[in-house]
Design a binder for this molecule. Structure first.
Ligand SMILES: Cc1cc2nc3c(=O)[nH]c(=O)nc-3n(C[C@H](O)[C@H](O)[C@H](O)COP(=O)(O)OP(=O)(O)OC[C@H]3O[C@@H](n4cnc5c(N)ncnc54)[C@H](O)[C@@H]3O)c2cc1C
Length: 415
């Protein structure tokens, strides 16, 4: 059997971008090997079925700030192929994109199926072979520096180059390890927080903008400001997802048992004391429930907080006792919740960990240990926060790997 010039293992976002880029730049015999019966399944379910393709953060220096792991190495990559390039890449292929207020980029149609269609058609138009149900079990390097790939069903393929794009699937880490790579232990990132806090579900659905939240673990403090959503199991929303990403490794080591501090007010203890004293004197005849010291708090949430500190919501401001005032200030400036685990559903679940990035040449995405082996996407120890940054990393690393394979003219059959 004539060897392939390039076998891409894993038919997700990274794999398709890598294969299309190589094909469009002259690499001839390319095959994408997908273990399941469907390509790009994660793209399909992404962004609630809308696929948040990237983020309109055009400047590479700003883009890298959204990657808790891998940021430094990514700067060079983004200087070559960043969010604006991805936007143009898709639009040139006929996929119309739009930028939402928070900078997230989606297809105008709001349908991830269009992204899949665009990638599939682009691959097929360049004669990339697409093979499903080929679950790669083993990759062996041959004496002539090619690779023998075997599937679970013992089918075999020979290829001169491989781009490993197996996402967070454990088999991909094993394949990389067998070819000499080290793996940073994969742990989940981008998850919500569960709490058994009594009565919090009364606030389910309450969403508040620009809240500071904090976790202290192993003498480290992790903080984030963002929009917070209270759910029937605990806390969600961009503030929580980002904090889960920043602290992913430490939270894993604590088995997701930790204290979450929520600062409902941006004011300091003394500033809030002054504000509350003001309410006591100026609005003394009003009930606590009808005048909130933090205007952002919804009525439901304010009642919940008052109940939590055992203060009668119908009490008059003038009747508030000094110790009650202190309890109120404490809960508004540092409200503590015991988190008992991750939330039941991953909203934009991604794996932190993977192939060690100092074993990969980020100029080409080629392995520094096994020549001819390249990596792209989530299989690497790179992960971003929510907002389209994880796909952006797939597009960028896929593009760089595809370009690099096309430049290996001595090893591939160029057109
Ligand atoms: C619910 C959900 C929503 C998300 N929404 C967004 C979003 O809107 N925006 C965003 O930026 N990110 C989002 N993400 C994250 C994003 O989906 C991933 O970062 C991205 O899909 C990773 O792409 P990848 O190509 O590296 O891996 P994957 O998409 O996981 O693709 C890897 C492929 O390799 C195949 N494979 C694995 N092992 C083998 C093997 N041994 N042999 C052959 N094939 C194999 C798998 O079956 C899979 O098809 C979301 C994630 C989830 C779970």
């Amino acid at each position: 059997m004539e060897p392939f010039d390039l076998a891409v293992v894993g038919g997700g976002a990274a794999g398709f971008m890598a294969a299309i880029t190589a094909a469009e730049n002259g690499v001839k015999r390319i095959i994408i090997l997908e273990g399941t019966s469907k390509f790009m399944e994660k793209i399909r379910i992404s962004g609630g079925g809308r696929c948040n393709v990237t983020n309109a953060t055009w400047i590479p220096n700003e883009l890298v700030e959204n990657y808790p792991r891998g940021g430094i190495q990514l700067l060079e990559s983004f200087n070559r192929f960043a969010a604006g390039d991805v936007f143009d890449w898709f639009e040139k292929k006929g996929l119309k994109l739009k930028i939402e207020e928070d900078l997230r980029v989606f297809p105008v149609s709001n349908s991830s199926a269009e992204v899949i269609d665009c990638l599939r058609k682009s691959a097929l138009s360049k004669n990339v072979e697409l093979l499903t149900k080929f679950f790669v079990k083993e990759i062996l390097k041959t004496r002539d520096d090619s690779f023998n790939i075997s599937s679970l069903k013992k089918e075999k393929i020979i290829t001169k180059n491989i781009i490993l794009c197996t996402g967070g699937h454990p088999s991909g880490y094993k394949l990389a390890q067998n070819l000499g790579h080290n793996i940073v232990k994969p742990v989940p990132s981008l998850f919500t927080f569960s709490t058994k806090e009594q009565n919090l579900n009364e606030c389910s659905g309450v969403s508040i903008k620009g809240i500071d939240i904090e976790i202290k673990l192993n003498n480290k403090t992790f903080q984030n400001r963002g929009d917070l959503l209270i759910t029937h199991w605990g806390f969600s929303g961009p503030a929580v997802l980002k904090l889960s990403s920043i602290a992913a490794r430490e939270l894993f080591s604590q088995k997701y048992k930790f204290n979450l501090i929520i600062k409902w007010s941006v004011l300091s203890y003394d500033e809030l004391k002054e504000k509350i004293n003001c309410l006591r004197f100026k609005k003394g005849r009003m009930n606590l429930i009808n005048s909130r010291p933090v205007p952002l708090l919804t009525k439901r949430l304010w009642i919940f907080l008052l109940n939590k500190i055992d203060i009668d919501k119908d009490k008059k401001w003038a009747d508030l006792l000094a110790d009650e005032r202190d309890k109120m200030i404490n809960i508004l400036t540092r409200d503590k919740y015991i988190i008992s685990g991750k939330g039941p559903f991953g909203e934009e679940f991604v794996t932190s960990g993977g192939v060690k990035i100092n074993e990969v040449n980020f100029k080409t995405m080629e392995s520094l240990i096994c020549p001819g082996l390249f990596f792209s996407g989530e299989v690497l120890d790179v992960d971003g926060i929510t907002g389209g940054f994880n796909f952006q990393h797939c597009w960028t690393s896929g593009w760089i790997a595809g370009m690099a394979v096309s430049k290996l003219s001595h090893k591939v059959t160029n057109q």
